[in-house]
Design a protein around this ligand. Structure first.
Ligand code: SAM
Length: 375
């Protein structure tokens, strides 16, 4: 084992050549994911929190150390992980640790509960108990989603990671049909479409429990998707969320359009997917503000939140490289295209989905024209 520091936490992690060979999983690259989650929890002020798939415990321990959360549960099915979580809790907190069977409880100002259970079993037992449930699995979160929707309070928050980007981005179409009940798209729009397919599926799962969904923040980064969803109680809010689902169409020129319907009108549709906002602007601004005064695990976090904050809130984007390629044009600097659109009175910004793409309220023809003007 070796000790690492992240945020305010000290954590023992296995020494391993490759992260997937380690007996307990730890990925330092996910520090940004954990930073944003800590800031989100801080902004929300949720009290009872579940880190359902905890591995080393780093996420739940950071929640306990860096946010106002009062009762934090850390769980993993792997007995090696359970023992390491207990050791890591002891390393960071000084209270009495009681171990009863497979559960360890530390009480003081904060209560930390460590369990060695199947996450689905645990979440089904803790019916409507948590204000904030975090799912950070290997691959797809879908196998845990129903239980998470039972374990969370009806006005609670779900924080969900999906690392099966190949599936959601259409590299494995059948897996996307099976897991997400949706037709993916390949090409330059695949990451935003993948994120929106993930949210679309979460919305449909929540809707069957008469829960509506507001997306506080959802993003793509380092080959994973992450979504913070505020649940809203009631059939009417669920109906409202369902109305924000629809389909994406893209033709060979790169032009795209969408359709806000329950059923698609054409067989070339991609989806169903979420067409609503990917952020609540006030929430992201608050996270960005908090990141300046918070000891973070990754230097990149604040910059990334700045990018998310400034990104125009419209579905999908134009990738200048892809548009140039599709039309036999030379690649031009993104900033130049954005400036031309600006001068014509349109809104246009960078997007976190791709360093060569822009989000705009201008029609596709204007983006193409801007690229032509720059040849
Ligand atoms: N959240 C951790 C972090 O931020 O470092 C990483 C979690 S790791 C990607 C996924 C963990 O889920 C593994 O430690 C694995 O043992 C655990 N796991 C897999 N299936 C599980 C199940 N059914 N119930 C509980 N834990 C499970």
């Amino acid at each position: 084992l070796k000790e690492v520091r992240e945020g305010l936490a000290r954590i023992l992690v296995p020494k391993a050549e490759r992260i997937y060979d380690a007996p307990v999983f730890y990925n330092p690259l996910m520090a940004l994911n954990r930073d944003i989650s800590v800031l989100a929890l801080k902004a929300l002020g949720s009290r009872r929190v579940l880190d359902a798939l905890s591995a080393t415990g780093i996420r739940g321990i950071r929640y306990a150390l860096e946010t106002p959360a009062g009762e934090i549960w850390l769980n993993d099915i792997n007995p090696n992980a359970f023992r390491l979580i207990v050791d890591n809790v002891k390393l960071n907190f000084s209270g009495e640790l009681e171990i009863e069977g497979k559960m360890a409880v530390l009480e003081g100002e904060k209560t930390l509960v460590v369990t060695n259970a199947d996450a689905n079993r645990l979440m089904n037992e803790q019916f409507r108990y948590f204000d904030f449930v975090d799912l950070d699995p290997f691959g797809s979160p879908m196998e845990f989603l129903d239980s998470a929707l039972r374990a969370v309070k009806r006005r609670g928050v779900l924080a969900i990671t999906a690392t099966d980007t190949g599936v959601l981005c259409g590299a494995y179409r059948n897996a996307c049909l099976r897991k997400y009940l949706a037709e993916p798209i390949r090409g330059e729009l695949c990451h935003e479409a993948g994120l929106r397919i993930l949210i679309g599926t979460l919305v449909r799962y929540a809707a069957k429990y008469d829960l509506g969904v507001e997306v506080l923040l959802a993003y793509y980064r380092d080959h994973y998707f992450r979504a913070f969803l505020q649940l809203r109680n009631g059939a009417k809010t669920a109906d409202k969320s369902m109305k924000q689902l629809g389909y994406l169409y893209q033709d060979e020129s790169g032009k795209f359009e969408f359709e806000n319907t329950f059923l698609p009108s054409k067989a070339t549709a991609h989806g169903p997917l979420w067409l609503g906002p990917l952020k609540n602007q006030e929430f992201v601004e608050e996270l960005h503000r908090l990141s300046a005064e918070h000891p973070l695990g990754s230097k990149k976090t604040q910059k990334f939140l700045g990018l998310l904050k400034d990104e125009l809130e419209v579905p999908f984007f134009y990738d200048t490289h892809a548009v140039a390629r599709r039309h036999g044009l030379e690649v031009r600097k993104l900033a130049g295209v954005i400036e031309i659109l600006y001068e014509k009175g349109y809104k246009a910004t960078r997007t976190h989905f791709s360093p060569t793409a822009l989000k705009t309220d201008a029609p596709f023809e204007e983006v193409l024209e801007a690229l032509r003007e720059l040849q």
